[in-house]
Design a binder for this molecule. Structure first.
Ligand code: AMP
Length: 547
């Protein structure tokens, strides 16, 4: 027996319908690859997305077809998502920072039929075109005046395609559980794996993402999603903004401090979301030029752990409230966020930072637990750390084409591959990726915690901690540091700085200084490469232990 309420399908295109009817005048501002700033409204975007749906149908695309985008955050990329899903197609975001072989693998594995590309990435596609098995056409996201000479076959100009349509089009209705979007994990080991979102999962994620204790964006907000649409679903903001009716400010290809500052100020941005690296560049720009951020109220930071110094700077020096979030491609991506609970608003600044530095608590619809190697649940005491497991309606159930086999435990929880603690108030803190954890004398040392403290040193730009083989302890931590330009910090300075801030047995056995720390295509420290780089490294303590 069923209840008697309307069974309206949770289709993402209805989000844009809502924006058209209720926020049609609200702006989408984009910095374009061509160099100019473009402005349109949700009403314009709705019409252009419908025209795109028509154009895609005329190109032979239909329900269930996977259509890729290789693009920065712009109004065209936004329209493309809705145009694709409007015909029952599946948007598939490609990360341009991946190696050509990985891109080829992903495009073929997903069976992409058409690829939308920004001008910037035409050469990337040209280089791999001959290896693409299913691609029938390429749409270059520009106007006729900027169309490049290209060796690509079956090429179309985005604006010309739109100009040729009437816009008289109704979205194709699909089941809410039909595929809607696709994104591949960055695959630091082995091939990347595909995650296929449904309309329903994206809509549920939107409701959760927009709720007050999560990102909490409102119609009065001007939001800047710096987090790319090609990585982890842009944290859901391409759905969240039109659902709320917020103004969108797209940074396009320019994510340096100066460009971000310019848009934040000119477009009176009140909310933004990005990974720590982007904020680091912005803060350096602000400090170097003695600038402030009078309009910016909230930033959500995630993707990697937020260093405490960054939190403190935003909150104390710039009056911007930070929410530290954790998530992953497999979670659509939001899994937790560090919003206060009752009583925390009146705590001291330091106590508040102690809370905000954690990755936060799961919102409703995300269940979380930590387990030991045998799958037994560990206590939520803020001390025990174990495998972080999650369950919910916008969390992956299996990878595309069943890659990786069964990925849920017997209770339906997905193993995130992260290691974390959960405290009695429900706040989760990531201590490591399971494969990066340092095992010393049978105990685990959190590399992330040491890294976060080390970057608090005024002479340190970035730091990474990896485990190095040790004859007595199995592994001991090595601290790897990139100094700030012109800084002159020594191993002894670094160790003295860490003293008292971490347990004695967590103290790195050595400190090395390097020019650069390698990063993955999604901006995370590439621990695997670092471990390979330091494979032959002998710790000074190893020699004495071996004697
Ligand atoms: P991706 O799917 O590329 O977004 O990567 C997800 C992974 O990024 C997670 O499994 C974590 O290891 C890491 N990550 C995301 N957010 C955070 C955070 N706030 N702190 C630490 N690690 C994070």
């Amino acid at each position: 027996m069923f209840g008697q309420m309307q069974d309206v399908s949770l289709q993402v295109n209805r989000i844009l319908d809502h924006a058209l009817v209720n926020h049609g005048e609200r702006e989408i501002v984009s910095r374009l690859v061509e160099g100019n700033i473009h402005r349109e409204t949700y009403a314009d975007a709705h019409l252009r997305a419908r025209k795109l749906s028509q154009a895609l149908q005329k190109l032979g695309c239909g329900e269930g077809d996977v259509i890729a985008t290789l693009a920065w955050n712009t109004h065209r990329h936004f329209e493309a998502w809705y145009g694709i899903t409007g015909i029952g197609g599946v948007y598939h975001t490609l990360n341009p920072r991946l190696f050509p072989e990985q891109l080829t693998y992903i495009i073929n594995h997903a069976e992409d039929k058409v690829i939308f590309t920004d001008l910037t990435f035409v050469p990337v596609l040209e280089a791999i075109a001959k290896d693409l098995l299913n691609v029938k056409g390429v749409i270059i996201m520009t106007d006729a005046a900027h169309m490049p000479d290209t060796s690509l076959q079956n090429v179309h100009c985005y604006e010309d395609l739109l100009d040729a349509q009437s816009g008289d089009f109704n979205w194709v209705e699909v089941d809410e559980r039909a595929p809607c979007g696709m994104c591949y994990t960055s695959g630091t080991t082995g091939n990347p794996k595909g995650v296929c979102y449904t309309h329903r999962s994206n809509v549920l994620h939107t409701l959760v993402g927009n709720s007050a204790d999560v990102m909490g964006i409102r119609s009065v907000d001007s939001i800047m999603p710096v987090v790319p649409m090609f990585h982890a679903n842009a944290w859901g903001l391409a759905f969240g903004a039109p659902a709320a009716g917020s103004k969108i400010v797209n940074p396009g290809p320019n994510m340096d401090g100066e460009s971000i500052y310019e848009l934040l100020t000119q477009e009176e941005v009140t909310f933004s979301a990005a990974v720590p690296t982007v904020w680091l560049m912005l803060l350096q720009h602000l400090e170097a030029n003695n600038l402030k951020l009078p309009k910016l109220e909230n930033v959500t930071i995630g993707g990697s752990a937020v260093p405490r110094v960054m939190l403190e700077k935003f909150e104390r020096d710039y009056g911007v409230a930070v929410k530290h979030a954790w998530g992953m491609t497999e979670l659509s991506p939001l899994g937790s966020i560090a919003s206060f609970k009752a009583g925390m608003e009146t705590m001291s600044f330091d106590e508040q930072m102690d809370i905000k530095v954690k990755q936060g608590r799961p919102p409703y619809l995300v269940e979380m637990k930590i387990t030991d190697d045998e799958g037994n649940e560990l206590p939520r005491d803020g001390e025990a750390f174990g495998h972080l497991m999650v369950r919910g309606p916008f969390i992956v159930g299996e990878y595309v084409k069943g890659d990786g086999g069964e990925i849920l435990d017997k209770d339906g929880f997905f193993d995130t591959g992260d290691v974390a603690t959960l405290d009695p108030l429900g706040f989760m803190q990531i201590t490591d990726r399971a494969k990066d954890v340092i095992k010393s004398g049978g105990e685990w040392i959190s590399s992330i915690e040491i890294e976060n403290i080390a970057v608090g040193h005024e002479d340190v730009q970035e730091s990474a901690v990896i485990g190095i083989e040790h004859p007595k302890w199995d592994e001991r931590p090595l601290l790897i540091v990139v100094k700030n330009p012109g800084a002159d910090v020594t191993k002894e300075d670094m160790l003295a700085y860490l003293e008292g801030k971490i347990a004695k047995w967590w103290m790195p056995d050595d400190v090395v200084f390097v020019d650069e720390i390698p990063h993955t295509a999604t901006g995370k420290i590439q621990k695997l490469t670092l471990r390979q780089q330091f494979a032959d490294y002998t710790l000074p303590t190893a020699e004495s232990a071996a004697e």
